[in-house]
Ligand binder design. Structure first.
Ligand SMILES: [Zn+2]
Length: 213
């Protein structure tokens, strides 16, 4: 069970602001649509208490930005159930402090409940520019068979999750696999990469492998 799926638990300094131009969101929105079609992002009355699940983000500013100031654009809170998003459904996280459970966001909608996990991943390495959080029963149940690093059973979007992600990055081969499973978050999978293709193809590749088990 993931009883707290979708519930925003962090402190958020949120300022309403106009949407980003469509040209800046086109690639993000196309990948999100693909993840909706493959049911890796979505909303289903029979899954996770009916809450929307999954989200996608990409970095905005240059690689030189400081760890906690690596701005990224992410889907807004509870947008999982919307098939086609518009620019109004994306929000910019300008700074993210996972250990303090705090972030600063600006845009037409509040940030996704899993923004802290995205921010934690961007802080790992300045070359990471895309993060995808999907819910896949196939991959999650076969994480061990697929040699996917798995976090401890900590709640999603928490400082404990941030610590777990950093631990895996240091102690497992997460840097190479670019995918991990969240033991405390039913079906929760995260992939990342320098490009959308890198993050997206890792996710789809593991899904296809899991479906063969
Ligand atoms: Zn999730």
């Amino acid at each position: 069970m993931a009883p707290s799926e979708g519930i925003v638990k962090f402190r958020c300094d949120y300022t309403p602001a106009p949407a980003l131009p469509a040209t800046e969101l086109r690639e993000l929105n196309a990948w999100r649509k693909l993840l909706v079609l493959t049911q890796l992002i979505g909303q289903d009355p029979n899954r996770y208490g009916g809450y929307g699940f999954g989200n996608i983000s990409c970095r905005l500013n240059s690689e030189e930005a400081r760890e906690c100031e690596r701005a990224f654009v992410i889907t807004g809170t509870q947008t999982g159930g919307i098939a086609d998003l518009t620019v109004e459904h994306y929000v910019v996280v300008k700074a993210c402090y996972p250990d303090e459970n705090y972030l600063i966001a600006e845009g037409p909608v509040g940030p996704s409940s899993e923004s802290l996990t995205h921010g934690t991943i961007y802080a790992l390495d300045s070359s990471i520019r895309w993060v995808m959080h999907a819910h896949s029963p196939h991959i999650w149940r076969h994480a061990q068979a697929l040699s996917i690093p798995v976090t401890g059973p900590v709640p999603y979007g928490s400082p404990e999750m941030a610590a777990e992600v950093r631990r895996l990055y240091k102690e497992s081969d997460l840097k190479e696999t670019r995918i991990f499973a969240m033991a405390g978050h039913e079906d929760g999978i995260v992939t990342f990469g320098r490009t959308a293709e890198e993050a997206g193809f890792v996710l789809l590749g593991y899904l296809v492998r899991a479906m063969q088990l």
